[in-house]
Design a protein around this ligand. Structure first.
Ligand code: 0A1
Ligand code: ZN
Length: 899
């Protein structure tokens, strides 16, 4: 907690550690109230580091030091000193053993960093700097040690005792306690350390690796959740196989474990051999989890597993290199998920997330490069930029190299750096070498913040049969980075003829054209380097329609003066599924932004007809990545979100955006009623709903389409539509359909639906009041309601017996869903939403600074609103900043946003 300004950590100040810890032997006497931690560390001077003052500085926070010996000699107070952040041992030898004994208090740990209590269990979270709350250590990722761990606890409370690595025996002690030993043969940084103790239920399976080793797979959950682990286990096995076939990476320990905990700040954590998960990314049954939940579980389980190679075997030199492991691992999990279901839909979802989270971040006060230059609190840098933009940088390199050379590059990376702590630059160097490319200019992507803007213009010369594309790039200034350099940008392009077919592509100076593939696709990867680039295609008998930035080949904002007719044409014909979707989004976005400007604007017939056409073609069965895929069609029919529209405006008109979206949806719902009902009924299979539930991507796609259609019908409701939603709510056997129906019922006006929404909500609560993850949905639905009394309702729910500030999932479900998921009500003109959020942040900060800082985000972009709202948000931010003893987490976010 800081009274004065907390220190800034800078990348340029990186120095190798003066000491290394080769071996760490830890003994825990575990108890919720107080735990004793004894550490015996084998230290030596780092030959690669210059000699410092001769003292050893170990990180340590909130530890009570009970005992300290060096090579067996108890140290007198004159030979060491302890402060709030460190233990300094004076004049140590070049090689020695240091033994510390400390006491810590898990049940008092509300920050959920270090060793803490979740429900009835004890667990740890050490990334980024939580290990220093467990014992004195060199708590930095470039110090990699071998750990041997002994856990001692009361077997009645903590029968299961887990740590990293391989089990090394258990003992029953004379005093009735149980002892368990764990040995991790792979050197690792302290942030990957983990301990779990509890009365846990076990689900076990096996995986045989490529080289024939049989690995037990164990998922530990709270008793009562054993029936919700199938999907996580299936995902884990699929991820293990995928990493072998796609990257040649085999699992290395004798055992792999996942533990699901109910109190967790983030999604999950890749601790070596012992991944600890927020239980929402493990537990799922069709009746408790939606298709989106199932997809997230698959992605997160894979992500954490993939970290075993990209993060654990090869880790980060320092926290500025966080994207080394996160960007690459997100890219890997995205590709894995793409291979499990529809590749086209997955790309759309990923880009939607990038545009709705990362683009605004890159355009706001928290903008930072993928490899940041400085931070106050590293926990604030687990961002969409480091993760999602970082993944796009890896994707671009994979695209520039092509699959074979990219695989050579990753093989080289694993071979060269196994067991080391390295930098993003080391990664790029491997790609450069294996690809035989010069990525000097590409490296700027890691150093430069902000989303590049590409302005495209074109010219068709009928006489010469040439078509010239001119592309200008510029990157807007971001805090601390006024001038930007041009980037190396892969820019995928196709040209369509009047029938919508891909044309063969030949650039001026080339002897032959590239021809469309058997599937009719002809895409050319252009590479932009200069601020302005021109490309001339030859041999074109007529003016083509360009399909630009296919597959979203680079994380940029594209500007090209498409006519509405061009967009409608691309939406119907583009061979690139992503661009078909993007054309529909651009069309809808343009119309919506015009409707925001002109309140009375009516929806053009052409727009309604484009939707009608898409609905008419709606098929029953999925065939991946074609127009005929119901999941893809659902994406095409989904209007851009309020947040995304806000990001397109210079001054956000909260009410205008909401009104425009509602008006457009209601118009479509009314004018297309028959077509929508036809699609709904075609995909409504009462037999299937009552009987077996189908989790396949195809079935999930049908549900997505049907629920999208129901959403439109619900915007223009009558008694028939109310009955339809009611029937779905009452009879559906899966959470996807139940929640979709409930959302529609809740949003319908009372004069049409009566109290159907409230009754459904109450029934939902009665059914699920004991299932915490389902209850989170109940809280979130109410917090996201567009009803005028939502804030009052949220305040009421804070007093609900099942609400607790101590559980991050619950806080996110209520406060987070309101502040980030309900722009209309959060940004109410009177500022009540802002005052409410500031109060909650001040309440949470002393308990859990990470969660408090994350909740702040919707307020950090205050400058983008009208003067009235700006002033109201600014006042709340200033009010927060005035408080004594703010955490460094909240201090950094608030001071940056005001700065
Ligand atoms: N490395 C994890 C994310 C994570 C980061 C920080 C945490 O605590 C502050 C917890 C988890 C991942 O990428 O999955
Ligand atoms: Zn990760």
């Amino acid at each position: 907690m800081y009274r004065t300004t907390p220190p800034v950590i800078r990348r340029e100040d990186y120095r190798p550690a003066e000491f290394l810890i080769d071996q760490a032997d830890l003994r825990f006497e575990l108890d919720a109230g107080q735990t004793l931690v004894e550490a015996e560390l084998s230290l030596r001077r780092n030959p690669a580091a210059p000699r410092g003052d001769g003292d050893l500085h170990l990180d340590g926070e909130q530890l009570e030091l009970l005992d300290l010996t060096l090579d067996g000699r108890r140290l007198p107070p004159a030979e060491y000193r302890v402060d709030e952040h460190a233990l300094v041992v004076r004049r140590v030898p070049d090689r020695f053993r240091l033994r510390t004994r400390v006491q810590i208090h898990p049940s008092a740990n509300t920050a959920l960093e270090g060793l803490y209590v979740s429900g009835d269990m004890l667990c740890t979270q050490c990334e980024a700097e939580g290990f220093r709350r467990i014992t004195y250590f060199l708590d930095r990722p470039d110090v990699m040690s071998r750990y041997r761990v002994t856990l001692v606890a009361d077997p009645a409370r903590y029968p299961v005792l887990l740590s990293n690595g391989n089990p090394a025996g258990t003992e029953e002690l004379a005093d009735g306690r149980r002892l368990a030993r764990w040995d991790d043969p792979f050197p690792k940084p302290s942030y990957l350390f983990a301990v779990v103790a509890g009365d846990l239920a076990l689900v076990e399976d096996r995986f045989v690796t490529a080289s024939g080793r049989e690995i037990p797979l164990r998922i530990f959950v709270e008793p009562g959740n054993r029936d919700k682990c199938d999907h996580a286990m299936r995902s884990l096995k699929a991820a293990m196989r995928w990493d072998e076939t796609r990257y040649g990476r085999e699992y290395d320990l004798d055992l792999f474990m996942i533990v699901a905990v109910s109190h967790f700040n983030m999604g999950a954590m890749e601790n070596k051999g012992l991944n600890v998960f927020n239980d929402k990314f493990v537990l799922a049954r069709p009746d408790t989890a939606t298709d989106a939940d199932f997809a997230h579980i698959e992605g997160v389980v894979a992500h954490e597993y993939f970290h075993n190679w990209t993060g654990n075997r090869i880790t980060c030199r320092d926290w500025f290199q966080l994207s080394l492991k996160e960007g690459f691992t997100v890219y890997r999990d995205q590709e894995f998920s793409a291979d499990q279901g529809s590749r086209g839909v997955k790309r759309i979802e990923d880009v939607r997330l990038l545009r709705s989270r990362q683009f605004p971040e890159d355009a706001g006060p928290m903008a930072h490069p993928v490899r940041p230059d400085s931070y106050i609190e590293i926990n604030n840098f687990y961002t969409a930029t480091v993760y999602e933009k970082g993944a796009e940088l890896v994707r671009m390199q994979a695209g520039l190299l092509g699959p074979e050379r990219f695989r050579k590059g990753t093989d080289l990376y694993f071979e060269r750096f196994d067991g080391q702590a390295v930098t993003t630059d080391d990664f790029v160097a491997c790609m450069e070498q294996a690809g035989g490319l010069d990525l000097t200019q590409f490296r700027r992507w890691y150093a430069q913040a902000g989303t590049p803007v590409l302005e495209c213009a074109d010219h068709y010369d009928a006489d010469a049969g040439t078509y010239t594309l001119e592309i200008r790039q510029h990157t807007p200034a971001t805090p601390g980075q006024a001038d930007k350099q041009p980037l190396h940008i892969p820019f995928a392009v196709g040209l369509l003829d009047a029938q919508g077919r891909d044309l063969p592509l030949r650039l001026a100076g080339e002897s032959a054209a590239s021809e469309p593939t058997a599937a009719g696709v002809c895409t050319r990867m252009l590479e932009l380097r200069a601020p302005v680039e021109r490309f001339t295609f030859v041999g074109l008998a007529a003016r083509p329609v360009p399909s630009l930035l296919r597959g979203f080949s680079a994380p940029v904002r594209l500007r090209y003066p498409y006519s509405d007719a061009d967009l409608t044409f691309l939406m119907a014909h583009d061979s690139d599924g992503f661009n078909r979707w993007d054309a529909a989004q651009t069309l809808a976005q343009r119309l919506l932004l015009r409707m925001v400007e002109e309140e009375a604007l009516s929806v053009p017939d052409s727009f309604v007809e484009a939707f009608r056409q898409a609905l008419k073609e709606a098929p029953v069965d999925a065939s991946a990545d074609t127009q005929a895929d119901p999941a893809l069609l659902a994406e095409v029919l989904t209007l851009p979100s309020e947040g995304y529209l806000a990001d397109q405006m210079d001054c956000v008109d909260v009410d205008g955006i909401h009104r425009a979206r509602e008006t457009l949806a209601a118009t479509l719902g009314a004018l297309l009623r028959e077509d929508l009902l036809a699609v709904y009924e075609r995909h409504w299979q009462p037999g299937a709903e009552a009987g077996d539930y189908d989790l396949s991507p195809a079935a999930a796609g049908r549900r997505a389409l049907r629920n999208c259609v129901l959403g439109y019908l619900g915007q223009a409701p009558d008694a028939g539509i109310v009955a339809l939603a009611q029937r779905q709510f009452d009879t559906a056997n899966n959470m996807t359909d139940v929640i979709a129906a409930l959302r529609v019922l809740l949003e319908m006006p009372v004069d049409v639906a009566g109290d159907a929404g409230e009754r459904a909500l109450a029934a939902f609560y009665r059914r699920w009041s004991q299932e915490q993850l389902v209850l989170d949905k109940w809280f979130a639905l109410q917090a996201q309601s567009s009803r005028p009394d939502t804030l009052a309702r949220v305040k009421g729910l804070m007093k609900h017996p099942q609400f607790s500030l101590a559980n991050p999932n619950r806080v996110r479900a209520l406060i987070g869903a309101f502040a980030s998921g309900n722009p209309l009500r959060f940004h109410a003109e009177d500022g009540a939403g802002y005052g409410f959020l500031a109060d909650r942040i001040l309440e949470l900060d002393p308990l859990n600074p990470q969660i408090a800082a994350r909740l702040l985000h919707p307020m950090t972009r205050w400058r983008r609103y009208d003067p009235g709202r700006q002033a109201l948000m600014q006042r709340q931010l200033e009010r927060i900043l005035e408080v004594d003893g703010l955490s460094s987490d909240v201090y950094e976010v608030v001071s940056r946003s005001l700065g």
